[in-house]
Ligand binder design. Structure first.
Ligand code: SF4
Length: 432
């Protein structure tokens, strides 16, 4: 009987890359994907430990899959929760047969008594992560590629450096090899602190511009996710602004100077606005995204007003707003005063409502324009303005070939999403 696996992935794009590599490792070991968890010999859950909500979802998923699997299958928990809470998690979850940290690819080998789990690191795989494991060709026209793991910053709100460790960048050659194997039209580069890519590689210099330029030779579109404000150099702005994907995902978190300092991060509203202005000078068509935390300890009405003012002035295309989640062991965990949960909910609603209007206005303004899209699947496409699985989508005619670029005309907008026709079917007023 062929042995089978079921792999469930939670959390961010970086986890999806790890899952691809776990999948490739299990396939190389002769396991094939099961139709459902009940038909799998090994069930793997790649967990997320980002905030409390994500941890709860991870545990719920583990328990749900435990209910669905057969008695003689193996349930393996890996990913950020396994890394952060290893033994504690194993004790709290007797349902799991193994709790496996990063760098321990999972496989299921035949043994005399039947099947047994093999979770020892493969030869040559560094202990810190699955970064250098092989990866199968992508199933979609785009793929995430992880450029580095870990982070050297010490933001007050973030526990990532404590369990992912300091930044370890991959060699550019290894990334390029993976990019070529994937055979995609678009590569989305990810890392905890992508702008600082390469700084840990002996010279102390960032190598992100070199990396982006090299990847751009191999694929049509290169998109960068998570740019820490102080890593957004003029050179990086110029390279991205002049590329076919002038898309800037700025990791801002807040803009009020006292609160930004309390977060142990650099900058303030005016320095961020200056960077945004520079981007728009070079690429008026650029799309900008950011994330913000609401309810960080000590956040005052004045801080919240500063955020509202910034959101209004910056007019970013996309923003995510998240309530602060206290993470054990972080600088912020010891800070007072905590912001009342009800007040956080009110502030979140206010700033989200403002941004929703800004996003909708920006999308409405695209109606009648002509754009280049990559068709991800039948009837579903994206332009440079939409990161896959994160931003809005563009509905296109079914006749447009999947995995190809097409010129389309935007005919209507509904909130974050657009509808477009191929250029032969409708007239256009501009061609950005
Ligand atoms: S840069 Fe990002 S990953 Fe690094 S400490 Fe700050 S929030 Fe965490």
């Amino acid at each position: 009987m062929p042995r089978t696996f079921w792999l469930e992935t939670l959390g961010c794009p970086k986890n999806q890359v790890d899952s691809d590599k776990i999948r490739a490792h299990m396939a190389a070991d002769g396991l094939s994907p099961a139709q459902d968890p009940a038909g799998a010999d090994v069930v793997v859950v790649n967990t997320c430990a980002f905030v409390e909500e994500a941890r709860e979802e991870s545990v719920a998923t583990i328990l749900e899959l435990h209910e669905q699997r057969t008695d003689d299958s193996q349930l393996v928990v890996t990913g950020c929760m396994a890394q952060r809470y290893g033994d504690e998690l194993a004790e709290a979850l007797p349902e799991a047969d193994a709790v496996v940290e990063f760098g321990q690819p999972v496989s299921l080998r035949a043994s005399r008594g039947g099947r047994e789990l093999d979770i020892s690191p493969a030869d040559g795989v560094p202990g810190f992560d699955l970064l250098n494991l092989p990866r199968p060709a992508a199933q979609r026209p785009w793929a995430y590629v992880k450029a580095a793991e870990g982070c050297d910053k010490a933001c007050g709100l973030c526990a990532i450096p404590s369990f992912r460790g300091p930044q370890v960048s991959r060699g550019i050659d290894s990334i390029l090899e993976e990019v070529e194997q994937l055979q995609v039209r678009e590569v989305v580069l990810v890392a905890q602190d992508l702008g600082a890519f390469g700084r840990d590689q002996n010279t102390g210099q960032r190598r992100i511009v070199e990396l982006v330029s090299e990847v751009a030779v191999r694929v049509d579109w290169v998109r960068l996710l998570y740019l820490f404000p102080s890593e957004l150099t003029d050179e990086l702005i110029e390279v991205v602004a002049s590329s076919p994907v002038p898309y800037f995902d700025l990791s801002l978190q807040h803009v009020s100077a006292p609160l930004v300092r309390a977060m142990r991060r650099p900058g303030n509203a005016s320095s961020y606005l200056e960077r945004i202005e520079r981007i728009r000078e070079l690429a008026p068509d650029a799309a900008l995204r950011s994330n913000f935390i609401v309810g960080y300890p000590g956040e005052t009405e004045a801080d919240h007003d500063a955020l509202l003012d910034f959101v209004q002035r910056a007019r970013l295309d996309w923003c995510g707003f998240f309530s602060y989640s206290e993470e054990a062991g972080t600088h912020a965990a010891g800070l007072e005063p905590k912001v009342d949960g009800g007040l956080v909910a009110e502030r979140l609603a206010e700033v989200r409502e403002l941004q929703d209007r800004i996003t909708a206005d920006a999308r409405d303004a695209l109606v009648g324009t002509e754009v280049t899209v990559l068709v991800d699947e039948a009837r579903r496409a994206r332009s440079h303005r939409e990161a896959p699985e994160i931003d809005g989508i563009i509905s296109v005619p079914e006749s447009l070939a999947v995995g190809e670029f097409h010129r389309v005309v935007v005919t209507s907008a509904a909130g974050p999403d657009l509808v477009a026709d191929s250029v032969q079917q409708a007239g256009a007023k501009a061609a950005p």
